[in-house]
Design a protein around this ligand. Structure first.
Ligand SMILES: [Zn+2]
Length: 286
């Protein structure tokens, strides 16, 4: 899933390519992805792209007075194309969900694998009219995201730090992959209660959040959308690497599975050498 660093890079890549171009048309190939109906998509025709922005994991393309906002969800992606077909896409079963075509024939496709489309597109005049954006917590790359701000977000929160880092309403932009990476770099168990962190641990976690995200942004800077996915995978130390060796200590990276996701961690680095209980695994072993 694209998280803050990838969406930041997509916004930069799109800024280079799309700003100054004039929209010819926007089409949905999968109707469920369009979450707004007023203004209609036809209002985009003839508008000039003036900028791009990121809100958490939301990508914003500014077109005149309008904002075309995309959330790529778990499996969505953006693919720039220099030469899009003239005819609008036919709604169908393929990965194509949405297409924006400029008057010069270039444009991009939003695609998502799988039959169920979770990708979301909004056309609004104010980005904060998108409920998911209005509800976002502070952005960790904003200059005013200080250790004190983080301390305030964690205080009194008697829930596991892994869930807190992923919760977009608490901190914007961090998902399953970078929360695994941040906790590994902070040498902290994903199951620690957020409210139990000492002041020093909060300061350390704050530093690691910033360095992890900025270095991921740096690695993906200048890459096209097509290359971002593999770069993200290559840059991760523990996420998605269960069974492999921890790059810091060499221990075997473990996994805890949940109904619809899994977290990865290193026992030596993060949990005093003790594997965390994996409910799915223990159920299978019974
Ligand atoms: Zn380790």
């Amino acid at each position: 899933m694209p998280e803050l660093p990838e969406v930041e890079s997509l916004a930069a890549d799109l800024r280079e390519r799309a700003v100054g171009r004039v929209v010819e048309r926007a089409d949905v190939a999968e109707f469920s992805v369009l979450k707004t109906y007023d203004p209609p998509l036809t209002a985009l025709a003839g508008t000039t792209i003036t900028g791009t922005a990121r809100y958490g994991k939301f990508l914003d393309l500014t077109a005149g007075p309008l904002h075309l906002i995309t959330h790529l969800a778990r499996a969505g992606w953006l693919r720039w194309r220099d030469d899009l077909p003239q005819a609008p896409p036919r709604p169908g079963k393929g990965p194509l969900a949405f297409r924006l075509r400029f008057t010069d024939g270039a444009g991009f496709d939003l695609t998502e694998a799988g039959t169920r489309k979770r990708l979301a597109v909004y056309l609004v005049s104010d980005p904060f009219a998108v409920p998911g954006i209005a509800a976002l917590g502070p952005d960790p790359l904003a200059p005013d995201f200080t250790p004190d701000v983080l301390a305030g977000l964690l205080a009194d929160r008697r829930t596991q730090i892994k869930g807190v880092l992923r919760d977009q309403r608490i901190i914007a932009g961090i998902g399953n992959a970078y929360s695994d990476e941040i906790l590994h770099a902070a040498r902290m168990s994903p199951f620690r209660l957020a409210s139990s962190l000492s002041a020093d641990e909060v300061t350390g976690l704050h530093e690691v959040i910033i360095t992890t995200l900025w270095s991921a942004v740096g690695r993906s800077a200048g890459l096209t959308a097509a290359d971002l996915k593999s770069e993200k995978k290559a840059g991760l130390a523990v996420h998605g690497r269960a069974g492999q060796a921890c790059p810091v200590c060499g221990d075997v990276i473990r996994e805890v599975s949940f109904a619809d996701s899994a977290l990865q961690y290193c026992p030596t680095c993060q949990t005093g050498g003790k594997p965390l209980a994996d409910r799915r695994l223990s159920r299978l072993l019974k």
